[in-house]
Design a protein around this ligand. Sequence first.
Ligand code: 26V
Length: 843
Amino acid sequence: MLNEDLLAGDRRSGATHADDRQTFRVPPAPAVPPSEDAVTLLRDAILNKLAYALGRTPATARDRDWFAATALALRDRVVDACLASPAPAVPNKRVYYLSAEFLIGRLLSDMMGNLGLADTARAALAQLGVDLDAVAGAEPDAALGNGGLGRLAACFMESLASLAIPAYGYGIRYDHGLFRQLIEDGVQREVPETWLAEGNPWEFERPEAACSVGFGGEVAMTVQPDGSIRRVWRPAETVRAVPHDTTVLGWRAKHVNVLRLWQARAEEPVDLGRFNGGDHVGAVAERSRAEAISRVLYPSDSTPAGHELRLRQEFFFTSASLQDLVRRHVAERGDLRSLPDHAAIQLNDTHPAIAVPELMRLLVDEHGLSWEDAWHVTTHTLAYTNHTLLPEALETWPVELMERLLPRHMQIIYLINWMHLESLSKHGRVDAGSLAAVSLIDETHGKRVRMGHLAFLGARRVNGVSALHTELMRQTVFAPLHALDTDKIVNKTNGITFRRWLHNANPGLTRLAVEAVGARVLDDPGALDGLAAFAEDAGFQARYAAVRRGRKEALARVVKERTGIRLDPGALFDVQIKRIHEYKRQLLNILETVALYQAILAEPHRDWPARVKIFAGKAAPSYHQAKLIIRLASDVAKRVNADPAVAGRLTVAFVPNYSVSLAEAIIPAADLSEQISTAGLEASGTGNMKLALNGALTIGTLDGANIEIKEHVGDDNIFIFGLDAAGVQATKAEPGYAARAIAASPRLKAALDLIASGGFSPGEPDRFRPLLDEVTGPDRYLLTVDFDDYWRAQRAVDAAWRRPHGWWRAAILNTARTAWFSSDRTMREYAEDIWRVRVGPGA
Ligand code: 26V
């Protein structure tokens, strides 16, 4: 990213102000070179790191070495920024964001951008004969998350630092993040991801701040001198939690926070007794067992496998984080009863929900607070965010497993539940039958602890992530609990950090925005609305389109390299990039692709606009239907791309190994954004925001944040189709809808028939039987019912694409009107309504 270049934007002569509706005629600005001194200083710092930290010479250094040297040199600057920070060492209140996932991606461009050193770094490396882009490309992605939830946590961390809100992110330092996806003959194969293979230059290991986390064992009772009884958990096993800190630098380097990720280690690296007895494998068995906890990220974001190791991961990072913040509070303030005044703990989904009984245990058992005081502290410090209402994704743990692994926590959960149910029946607020619905223990499938209910009871505020999702929380999963406390559930619509998703990912568009509305747009995304004045301007449209064209050419190179498929940058780039899930309905998109293929074959002389369908996304390794959807997309691509009858009009590509970096390449190149989930099932979506901000038009259902995107960009600048959430509910109440919809749609029927006859799997007509059985049978995600309206909306897209003036007008208005989706706005709302923490330096 060319930040200094961007910062110079409003100093340039001839910049046209947003309110000035005349033709946009700003010439490309001359680059403002970074100061020579700054370049020399950084160059020498990089050389220094290369020699003394890495032991390399410029002659033998690989891109990966230059990356590490540059990262280390920049890290020093971040430390300087820390030291120079005006923020007090002991802020009045801190936010603690607990998340099992932080999907950070690469950090170099973030750090350079927020330090304002991108041009300096480019020039410094150029003096050494090294290309910054090659160096940046050598950084591995930190893929410590599955998808939306983990990426949201990373965006929030960046915004918290940019808003100078004192915060710690707490999570797990997985040795292996999300698997690397290979596509072999259309089949997904997972291979381990190894981001740490050559070390991680961004982090500081902090062995001195390590703590121990217990598992198993028993609960003893001791009588105190005053006669009271105290319970002491005696774990059978303890694991060392070692923190690794990464600095999170805010925009313009004004504030620095810390992302603290815990690594699991054995208390003793080797059992010398066993080793000396000749049992060399057994001597390190405990070590393997302990270290397994932070070995691998669980690669499913839908169905909890119920594995003991997953529960161990959750308790491991939650307990270490709470111990850490409790220790900090005691050191700074002494009395734990004031914790709610100085700490706000946000639980990112239920993965850290065990924080409720763990905080109670620390306060009551370890620090001697009364149950009542501890409950007050807990329920005034914790808050919980829900990210999905899919029943299969809601976490529950068998009571038997909890009793074995966390016996004291299970006692505390029973006590919380008993008090909760007692107080309800005492106040006559619910009848005996309804108590089962609000109980922490689900007794319908064996006894299981409902982690969502536990988080709800322990939290002061519970939030959803879009307006619709929050409303559905109140009406469905949390309805019985909501009825008991109607103020608890609040909405906080998700957001994205513009530094990464606009400034860094799309410097060309950012430069254009700076030239049009001034450099303040870099600090205040609201200034983007000034672009609306240029939406009709032919000169501005041409430059906006040229930026897009450049990115489409670059993406075409990436796709060619990864798949061998050649894309025409002049075609409409239609993208669906996200995890593969039945509810996200990639299959609906593929069915429309097949129908379009058939329509072009049937009417070859119609003026079909050239379209490229781009898919990318990973399937959970055990999610067979999702893997079959990938196979179908690949098989459709194979036939369509080889058919000369549609050449130049339709191309299909499944791009392997979707990641944050790949998203950064695809999003600025997208013309059309597919957000087509079954209404009511996508909690929010955040890719939808990134694509709209970069000027892709959305084709989507009234689901999640699409509804709010529509409200912001306007009905004329988005393509909405399909049933809304209420329509979905109503349709589901009338079985037989799939058969009726197929009977009423010859186009859909023909597409299904072609797949069923082996049209894309020659010699193996049954290959896609499980997908077809689902769609024609239960059709849980209502593909058949929405198909015809989706087809209609796609043809409206074709018509709009044929009128470039109107298309670019709509694209520019998308960029101009999506400022509200900045995660700075989201974080301000959390700060005010949930955390009650001040925003800004000196907080
Ligand atoms: C669930 C599970 C189940 C246990 C195994 C590991 C695992 C990992 C993650 C999850 C949670 C999935 C929920 C999720 O990612 N929700 C997404 O959150 C985004 C941010 O709020 C939102 O934009 C997406 O709509 C929502 O699907």
